[in-house]
Design a protein around this ligand. Structure first.
Ligand code: ADP
Length: 351
Protein backbone atom coordinates (compact mmCIF):
# COMPACT_ATOMS: atom_id res chain seq x y z
CA UNK A 1 0.00 0.00 0.00
CA UNK A 2 1.37 3.43 -0.94
CA UNK A 3 0.92 5.97 1.85
CA UNK A 4 1.66 9.64 1.28
CA UNK A 5 2.47 11.79 4.32
CA UNK A 6 1.83 15.51 4.14
CA UNK A 7 3.17 18.14 6.52
CA UNK A 8 1.51 21.31 5.36
CA UNK A 9 2.87 24.48 7.00
CA UNK A 10 1.99 28.12 6.44
CA UNK A 11 4.40 28.57 3.52
CA UNK A 12 5.75 25.07 2.87
CA UNK A 13 4.59 21.51 2.25
CA UNK A 14 6.81 18.52 3.00
CA UNK A 15 5.84 15.10 1.69
CA UNK A 16 7.05 11.50 1.69
CA UNK A 17 5.61 8.54 -0.14
CA UNK A 18 6.04 5.21 1.68
CA UNK A 19 5.46 1.67 0.62
CA UNK A 20 3.76 0.09 3.63
CA UNK A 21 4.24 -2.09 5.56
CA UNK A 22 7.78 -2.38 4.14
CA UNK A 23 8.44 1.30 5.19
CA UNK A 24 10.44 1.88 2.00
CA UNK A 25 10.51 5.52 0.91
CA UNK A 26 9.45 5.79 -2.74
CA UNK A 27 9.79 9.54 -3.02
CA UNK A 28 10.10 12.59 -0.82
CA UNK A 29 10.43 16.32 -1.21
CA UNK A 30 9.13 19.73 -0.27
CA UNK A 31 7.73 22.91 -1.70
CA UNK A 32 8.70 26.23 -0.14
CA UNK A 33 7.69 29.88 -0.32
CA UNK A 34 4.02 29.17 -1.01
CA UNK A 35 2.15 32.41 -1.66
CA UNK A 36 5.29 34.56 -1.49
CA UNK A 37 6.00 37.14 -4.19
CA UNK A 38 7.83 35.63 -7.12
CA UNK A 39 6.89 32.07 -6.13
CA UNK A 40 5.36 29.85 -8.82
CA UNK A 41 3.10 28.21 -6.25
CA UNK A 42 0.37 30.64 -5.23
CA UNK A 43 -1.49 28.57 -2.64
CA UNK A 44 -1.65 25.16 -0.96
CA UNK A 45 -3.99 23.79 -3.63
CA UNK A 46 -1.40 24.49 -6.33
CA UNK A 47 1.34 23.04 -4.12
CA UNK A 48 -0.52 19.80 -3.48
CA UNK A 49 -1.49 19.54 -7.19
CA UNK A 50 2.18 19.90 -8.14
CA UNK A 51 3.25 17.19 -5.67
CA UNK A 52 0.53 14.76 -6.76
CA UNK A 53 1.22 15.30 -10.46
CA UNK A 54 4.70 13.82 -10.01
CA UNK A 55 3.76 10.83 -7.86
CA UNK A 56 2.60 7.32 -8.72
CA UNK A 57 -0.92 6.42 -7.52
CA UNK A 58 -1.49 6.82 -3.81
CA UNK A 59 -3.61 4.49 -1.61
CA UNK A 60 -4.05 6.80 1.38
CA UNK A 61 -2.77 10.09 2.80
CA UNK A 62 -1.65 10.83 6.36
CA UNK A 63 -1.66 14.48 7.40
CA UNK A 64 0.22 16.01 10.28
CA UNK A 65 -2.13 18.20 12.32
CA UNK A 66 -0.60 20.21 15.14
CA UNK A 67 -3.52 20.65 17.54
CA UNK A 68 -6.19 18.11 18.34
CA UNK A 69 -7.15 19.74 21.65
CA UNK A 70 -9.38 17.38 23.68
CA UNK A 71 -11.24 16.34 20.53
CA UNK A 72 -8.67 13.91 19.12
CA UNK A 73 -6.43 11.41 20.88
CA UNK A 74 -5.74 8.95 18.09
CA UNK A 75 -5.18 8.99 14.31
CA UNK A 76 -8.55 9.75 12.77
CA UNK A 77 -10.09 9.07 9.37
CA UNK A 78 -11.01 12.46 7.91
CA UNK A 79 -14.62 13.29 7.02
CA UNK A 80 -16.67 16.49 7.11
CA UNK A 81 -17.27 16.20 10.86
CA UNK A 82 -13.56 15.74 11.55
CA UNK A 83 -12.76 18.78 9.43
CA UNK A 84 -15.25 20.89 11.36
CA UNK A 85 -13.64 19.75 14.63
CA UNK A 86 -10.11 20.50 13.39
CA UNK A 87 -11.37 23.98 12.48
CA UNK A 88 -12.67 24.36 16.03
CA UNK A 89 -9.22 23.43 17.36
CA UNK A 90 -7.69 26.19 15.21
CA UNK A 91 -8.36 28.85 17.80
CA UNK A 92 -5.79 27.09 19.99
CA UNK A 93 -3.22 26.90 17.15
CA UNK A 94 -4.03 29.80 14.81
CA UNK A 95 -0.67 29.62 13.02
CA UNK A 96 -0.63 25.88 12.44
CA UNK A 97 -4.03 24.21 12.14
CA UNK A 98 -5.32 26.42 9.27
CA UNK A 99 -2.18 25.57 7.25
CA UNK A 100 -2.61 21.86 8.04
CA UNK A 101 -6.25 22.12 6.98
CA UNK A 102 -5.32 23.85 3.72
CA UNK A 103 -3.29 20.74 2.81
CA UNK A 104 -6.16 18.44 3.78
CA UNK A 105 -8.71 20.42 1.78
CA UNK A 106 -6.50 20.49 -1.32
CA UNK A 107 -5.95 16.70 -1.18
CA UNK A 108 -9.68 16.09 -0.70
CA UNK A 109 -10.49 18.20 -3.71
CA UNK A 110 -7.93 16.59 -6.01
CA UNK A 111 -8.11 12.99 -4.77
CA UNK A 112 -11.79 12.73 -3.83
CA UNK A 113 -11.90 8.98 -3.22
CA UNK A 114 -8.59 8.45 -1.47
CA UNK A 115 -8.93 7.97 2.30
CA UNK A 116 -7.14 10.53 4.43
CA UNK A 117 -6.08 10.34 8.05
CA UNK A 118 -5.19 13.12 10.50
CA UNK A 119 -2.33 12.43 12.92
CA UNK A 120 -2.16 14.94 15.79
CA UNK A 121 0.95 16.32 17.53
CA UNK A 122 -0.99 16.57 20.77
CA UNK A 123 -2.55 13.08 20.70
CA UNK A 124 0.22 11.15 22.47
CA UNK A 125 -0.15 13.44 25.49
CA UNK A 126 -3.83 12.63 25.87
CA UNK A 127 -2.83 10.24 28.68
CA UNK A 128 -1.60 13.04 30.98
CA UNK A 129 -3.36 12.92 34.36
CA UNK A 130 -5.45 16.00 35.23
CA UNK A 131 -3.04 17.05 38.00
CA UNK A 132 -0.34 17.34 35.32
CA UNK A 133 -2.40 19.25 32.77
CA UNK A 134 -4.50 21.63 34.87
CA UNK A 135 -2.77 24.96 35.59
CA UNK A 136 -3.13 26.77 38.90
CA UNK A 137 -5.68 29.20 37.45
CA UNK A 138 -9.39 29.50 38.21
CA UNK A 139 -10.79 26.17 37.04
CA UNK A 140 -13.50 27.88 34.98
CA UNK A 141 -10.87 29.02 32.43
CA UNK A 142 -10.19 25.39 31.65
CA UNK A 143 -13.88 24.81 31.06
CA UNK A 144 -14.59 28.07 29.22
CA UNK A 145 -11.45 28.52 27.14
CA UNK A 146 -9.71 25.14 27.17
CA UNK A 147 -6.71 26.53 29.07
CA UNK A 148 -4.63 23.48 30.02
CA UNK A 149 -1.37 21.76 29.13
CA UNK A 150 -1.72 19.94 25.79
CA UNK A 151 1.91 19.15 24.92
CA UNK A 152 3.37 18.86 21.41
CA UNK A 153 5.93 16.82 19.41
CA UNK A 154 3.78 13.82 20.40
CA UNK A 155 4.44 11.89 17.17
CA UNK A 156 8.19 12.19 17.72
CA UNK A 157 8.09 11.22 21.41
CA UNK A 158 5.89 8.23 20.63
CA UNK A 159 8.10 7.13 17.74
CA UNK A 160 11.37 7.23 19.70
CA UNK A 161 9.75 5.53 22.71
CA UNK A 162 8.78 2.60 20.45
CA UNK A 163 12.25 2.51 18.92
CA UNK A 164 13.86 2.63 22.38
CA UNK A 165 11.86 -0.44 23.42
CA UNK A 166 13.16 -2.26 20.33
CA UNK A 167 16.75 -1.25 21.13
CA UNK A 168 16.39 -2.27 24.77
CA UNK A 169 14.71 -5.49 23.67
CA UNK A 170 11.93 -5.04 26.23
CA UNK A 171 8.19 -4.44 25.83
CA UNK A 172 7.34 -0.74 25.90
CA UNK A 173 4.67 -1.38 28.52
CA UNK A 174 7.40 -2.43 30.97
CA UNK A 175 9.63 0.62 30.47
CA UNK A 176 10.04 4.03 32.09
CA UNK A 177 11.57 6.46 29.64
CA UNK A 178 12.38 10.13 29.35
CA UNK A 179 12.40 11.28 25.73
CA UNK A 180 14.17 14.55 24.85
CA UNK A 181 13.23 16.08 21.50
CA UNK A 182 15.85 18.79 21.03
CA UNK A 183 15.47 20.60 17.72
CA UNK A 184 14.56 24.21 17.01
CA UNK A 185 11.62 23.56 19.26
CA UNK A 186 12.51 21.45 22.31
CA UNK A 187 10.36 19.32 24.56
CA UNK A 188 10.85 16.51 27.02
CA UNK A 189 8.36 13.80 27.98
CA UNK A 190 8.03 11.27 30.79
CA UNK A 191 6.82 8.04 29.19
CA UNK A 192 5.59 5.36 31.59
CA UNK A 193 4.70 1.97 30.09
CA UNK A 194 4.23 3.56 26.67
CA UNK A 195 2.04 6.45 27.88
CA UNK A 196 2.93 10.11 28.20
CA UNK A 197 2.67 11.08 31.88
CA UNK A 198 3.96 14.64 31.63
CA UNK A 199 5.58 16.82 29.04
CA UNK A 200 7.36 20.15 29.11
CA UNK A 201 5.43 22.06 26.43
CA UNK A 202 2.08 23.34 27.59
CA UNK A 203 -0.97 25.22 26.34
CA UNK A 204 1.31 26.26 23.47
CA UNK A 205 4.82 25.12 22.45
CA UNK A 206 6.26 28.05 24.44
CA UNK A 207 6.45 26.36 27.86
CA UNK A 208 9.34 24.32 29.21
CA UNK A 209 12.88 24.11 27.92
CA UNK A 210 14.91 26.96 26.48
CA UNK A 211 14.56 26.71 22.68
CA UNK A 212 16.04 28.29 19.58
CA UNK A 213 13.86 31.39 19.75
CA UNK A 214 11.35 30.59 22.55
CA UNK A 215 11.91 31.46 26.18
CA UNK A 216 10.39 28.34 27.78
CA UNK A 217 9.49 28.49 31.49
CA UNK A 218 9.06 32.00 32.84
CA UNK A 219 7.38 33.65 35.79
CA UNK A 220 4.09 34.78 34.17
CA UNK A 221 4.37 38.11 36.01
CA UNK A 222 7.36 38.95 33.79
CA UNK A 223 5.02 39.07 30.79
CA UNK A 224 2.62 41.66 32.18
CA UNK A 225 5.47 43.65 33.75
CA UNK A 226 7.43 43.81 30.47
CA UNK A 227 4.32 44.65 28.50
CA UNK A 228 3.80 47.68 30.73
CA UNK A 229 7.49 48.72 30.74
CA UNK A 230 7.90 48.36 26.97
CA UNK A 231 4.39 49.64 26.31
CA UNK A 232 3.81 46.96 23.70
CA UNK A 233 0.73 45.08 22.48
CA UNK A 234 0.06 41.47 23.39
CA UNK A 235 0.93 40.54 19.77
CA UNK A 236 4.35 42.19 20.14
CA UNK A 237 4.87 40.46 23.49
CA UNK A 238 3.96 37.18 21.85
CA UNK A 239 6.61 37.82 19.22
CA UNK A 240 9.26 38.64 21.85
CA UNK A 241 8.55 35.42 23.76
CA UNK A 242 8.31 33.18 20.68
CA UNK A 243 10.75 34.67 18.19
CA UNK A 244 13.26 36.84 20.02
CA UNK A 245 14.02 34.82 23.14
CA UNK A 246 15.63 31.46 23.87
CA UNK A 247 19.14 30.75 22.58
CA UNK A 248 19.13 33.77 20.27
CA UNK A 249 17.66 36.08 22.89
CA UNK A 250 20.22 35.21 25.57
CA UNK A 251 23.25 34.96 23.29
CA UNK A 252 22.40 37.65 20.76
CA UNK A 253 24.26 35.39 18.30
CA UNK A 254 22.04 32.71 16.81
CA UNK A 255 19.22 30.28 17.42
CA UNK A 256 21.25 27.65 15.57
CA UNK A 257 23.08 25.35 17.95
CA UNK A 258 25.97 24.83 15.51
CA UNK A 259 26.73 28.55 15.33
CA UNK A 260 26.23 29.01 19.04
CA UNK A 261 28.56 26.14 19.86
CA UNK A 262 31.19 27.65 17.53
CA UNK A 263 30.94 30.98 19.37
CA UNK A 264 31.20 29.19 22.73
CA UNK A 265 34.37 27.41 21.61
CA UNK A 266 35.78 30.80 20.64
CA UNK A 267 35.24 31.99 24.20
CA UNK A 268 32.02 33.99 23.76
CA UNK A 269 30.53 34.49 27.27
CA UNK A 270 26.92 34.98 26.19
CA UNK A 271 27.05 31.83 24.05
CA UNK A 272 28.34 29.99 27.13
CA UNK A 273 25.50 31.33 29.26
CA UNK A 274 22.86 30.38 26.67
CA UNK A 275 24.28 26.84 26.50
CA UNK A 276 24.40 26.57 30.27
CA UNK A 277 20.74 27.59 30.61
CA UNK A 278 19.80 25.16 27.83
CA UNK A 279 21.58 22.25 29.55
CA UNK A 280 20.44 23.21 33.05
CA UNK A 281 16.77 23.16 32.09
CA UNK A 282 17.01 19.75 30.42
CA UNK A 283 18.74 18.35 33.49
CA UNK A 284 16.13 19.83 35.79
CA UNK A 285 13.26 18.30 33.81
CA UNK A 286 14.96 14.91 33.66
CA UNK A 287 15.42 14.97 37.44
CA UNK A 288 11.78 15.90 37.99
CA UNK A 289 10.48 13.31 35.55
CA UNK A 290 12.71 10.57 36.98
CA UNK A 291 11.10 11.32 40.35
CA UNK A 292 7.55 11.12 39.03
CA UNK A 293 8.30 7.94 37.06
CA UNK A 294 9.75 6.35 40.24
CA UNK A 295 12.67 4.97 38.25
CA UNK A 296 14.13 5.27 34.82
CA UNK A 297 15.23 2.69 32.24
CA UNK A 298 16.52 5.07 29.58
CA UNK A 299 16.94 8.67 28.53
CA UNK A 300 16.39 9.08 24.79
CA UNK A 301 17.81 11.99 22.80
CA UNK A 302 16.41 12.90 19.41
CA UNK A 303 16.02 15.68 16.75
CA UNK A 304 18.72 18.00 15.36
CA UNK A 305 20.50 18.83 18.63
CA UNK A 306 19.66 15.60 20.47
CA UNK A 307 20.97 13.43 17.64
CA UNK A 308 24.05 15.44 16.71
CA UNK A 309 25.37 17.39 19.69
CA UNK A 310 27.28 14.91 21.86
CA UNK A 311 28.55 17.86 23.94
CA UNK A 312 25.00 18.73 25.06
CA UNK A 313 24.13 15.08 25.76
CA UNK A 314 27.30 14.60 27.82
CA UNK A 315 26.77 17.79 29.82
CA UNK A 316 23.14 16.85 30.54
CA UNK A 317 24.15 13.39 31.76
CA UNK A 318 27.20 14.57 33.72
CA UNK A 319 26.45 14.35 37.43
CA UNK A 320 22.87 13.31 36.69
CA UNK A 321 23.30 9.60 36.05
CA UNK A 322 25.14 8.82 39.31
CA UNK A 323 22.29 10.53 41.22
CA UNK A 324 19.78 7.99 39.98
CA UNK A 325 19.50 4.77 41.98
CA UNK A 326 19.69 2.55 38.92
CA UNK A 327 21.73 3.96 36.06
CA UNK A 328 19.52 4.45 33.02
CA UNK A 329 20.73 3.69 29.51
CA UNK A 330 21.35 6.71 27.29
CA UNK A 331 20.08 6.26 23.73
CA UNK A 332 20.36 8.43 20.63
CA UNK A 333 17.49 7.65 18.27
CA UNK A 334 16.82 9.62 15.07
CA UNK A 335 13.24 10.77 15.06
CA UNK A 336 11.04 9.97 12.08
CA UNK A 337 7.68 11.67 12.39
CA UNK A 338 6.81 10.96 8.75
CA UNK A 339 7.25 7.22 9.21
CA UNK A 340 5.12 7.35 12.37
CA UNK A 341 2.38 9.18 10.44
CA UNK A 342 2.63 6.62 7.61
CA UNK A 343 2.43 3.72 10.10
CA UNK A 344 -0.55 5.18 11.94
CA UNK A 345 -2.32 5.97 8.65
CA UNK A 346 -1.67 2.40 7.49
CA UNK A 347 -3.16 1.02 10.74
CA UNK A 348 -6.31 3.15 10.37
CA UNK A 349 -6.80 2.17 6.73
CA UNK A 350 -6.20 -1.53 7.45
CA UNK A 351 -8.91 -1.45 10.11
P1 ADP B 1 13.26 21.40 13.64
O1 ADP B 1 12.71 21.54 15.02
O2 ADP B 1 13.12 22.65 12.83
O3 ADP B 1 12.88 20.13 12.91
P2 ADP B 1 15.90 20.20 13.82
O4 ADP B 1 15.45 18.94 14.48
O5 ADP B 1 16.43 20.11 12.44
O6 ADP B 1 14.81 21.34 13.91
O7 ADP B 1 17.04 20.84 14.76
C1 ADP B 1 17.64 22.06 14.50
C2 ADP B 1 18.75 22.28 15.50
O8 ADP B 1 19.64 21.15 15.44
C3 ADP B 1 19.58 23.51 15.21
O9 ADP B 1 19.90 24.16 16.42
C4 ADP B 1 20.84 22.93 14.58
O10 ADP B 1 21.97 23.71 14.85
C5 ADP B 1 20.96 21.59 15.26
N1 ADP B 1 21.66 20.63 14.38
C6 ADP B 1 21.18 20.07 13.27
N2 ADP B 1 22.14 19.26 12.70
C7 ADP B 1 23.23 19.35 13.47
C8 ADP B 1 24.53 18.76 13.43
N3 ADP B 1 24.89 17.94 12.46
N4 ADP B 1 25.39 19.07 14.42
C9 ADP B 1 25.03 19.89 15.41
N5 ADP B 1 23.81 20.49 15.52
C10 ADP B 1 22.92 20.21 14.57
Amino acid sequence: MKILTINSGSSSIKYQLFDMPSKRIIKKGFIERIGETGSKVKNHHEGIALILRNLPSVSAIGHRVVHGAEEFWKPTLIDDRVIAKIKRCSKLAPLHNPANLAGIMACRKILKHIPQVAVFDTAFHHSLPDFAYIYGLPYEYYKRFGIRKYGFHGTSHEYVAHEAAKKLNKPLNKLRLITCHLGNGCSITAVKHGKSMDTSMGFTPLEGLLMGTRCGDLDPAVVTYLQRRLNVSSEKMDEILNKKSGLIGVSGISNDMRKLFGAYKNGNKKAKLALEIFIYRIKKYIGAYAALLCGLDAIVFTAGIGENQAFIRNKVCQGLLPCLRKRPKVLVIPTNEELMIAKQTYEVIKR
